[in-house]
Design a protein around this ligand. Sequence first.
Ligand SMILES: Cc1ncc(COP(=O)(O)O)c(C=O)c1O
Length: 456
Amino acid sequence: MSIIKFIQKFKKSNRTLFTTPSHGQGDFVAPDCSKMLGRRFYTCDYSEIEGFDNLAKPTGIIKITQDEAAKVYGAKNTFFLTNGSTSGIIAAMLTVLNKNDKVLIARNCHKSVYNGLVLTGAVPIWVMPHYNRDWGIYEPVNYDYIEETLQRNRDIKLFIMTNPTYEGLMTDVYRVSHICKKYGVKLLVDEAHGALWTFHKALGTPSLIQGADIVVQSLHKTAGALNPSALLHLSKETDIDASKVQKSLNLITTTSPSYPLLINIEGTINYLNSEKGKEKLSDLVKHVNRLIRTLKSIPNLEVYSYNNDVTKLLVKVTNMSGFELSDILFEKYNIEDELANEKSVLLLMGLGTTKAKLKKIEKALTEICLNNIKITYEDNSNVPVFNPVEPRVRYIPSLVWNQPYKEVELKYALARVSMELIMDYPPGIPILIPGEVIKKEHIAYLSGRQKIKVLA
Ligand SMILES: Cc1ncc(COP(=O)(O)O)c(C=O)c1O
């Protein structure tokens, strides 16, 4: 029986519980919590009591539900994550990498990859994706560059890449996996932003069926689930042992996983895989495509459309920075975007994007462009922009984790070893990592601050 069916049945059993969680499935709910969340939410929150299962060692309802999910995704194993893709990425790294193992990483990775480097003690070899200055975004890594790096470093164990990128740009994972197989390298794809791909062909091709060994997806980003529900899939072809993945997950996961989140994961997958879900997704794609067509006809407005997922709408306005466009949307229209950069603005078009929301953004962008709307109260012209540079690793992240540091004035930081993890969030892509040498580009980017922590 699946998690949802079991809990529905269990609720009728009237068993008296002297167990955690202590709210007694809603017998006590603090008034503010009740007002905000409703008592019903609590009635689904259980521990590993008799008949329930254990996320750390599933043999019953969780195993059955995870196995059903694996069938939906075409995976050998699927693991439900109640601590986001962050936990999946770290666990995947702990599964494949030992201390001092080399790992190839595309630099447009999420900060959780840094966390994994600290915990594994692995040695990062970075590959820089091309940075598209017209849009202020990273593009996928060049395939030849990946191959050349693997050729030069025959002892690399794992390649970690992000697909799609935060802005929805896609890589030919089939081609990358082919290269990785040639050099005996495992492939971990952070597909946090591609959780809808299994359910609609026009969005993107899931990395799992393109030859990746491990794929991690956030269900909360585009697929309409609660924060931070996510999935880790093992491919049918990989020789990575599922019990090792479980062991790694158990190292970093709470012993009290949330049943409401597990229900949310199962319910979301059930819906996405249903006829209704597929129809809803098709409608969403249709409506967003219609919006894109309209936006493309507006003078001075550009929509990024080159091999990207339409649920990530990237727009820019002539002679206006992304920061300024973002400010106008926020201040004049009460619209908040997912992120802005020096050139463009990203609007997330996930499952909860209603027709009314699409109309609102269409009207706002049309007005901004046709009426040449500007705002004067925020001057973004001096916002520093990072000029991506090849990182220089002096010490690997795990080595400097607990090392003493001191703060120095930024002007004296050139060539020192950073002890700070610096990035913008979102997208959470590291600009400078502890153990890396501070370059002039970092100093220029950080010019708004006085000091930086460096290795003592
Ligand atoms: C590319 C990428 N990977 C992983 C993550 C982490 O996902 P989660 O929030 O599910 O832990 C994020 C979050 O922003 C992300 O953008």
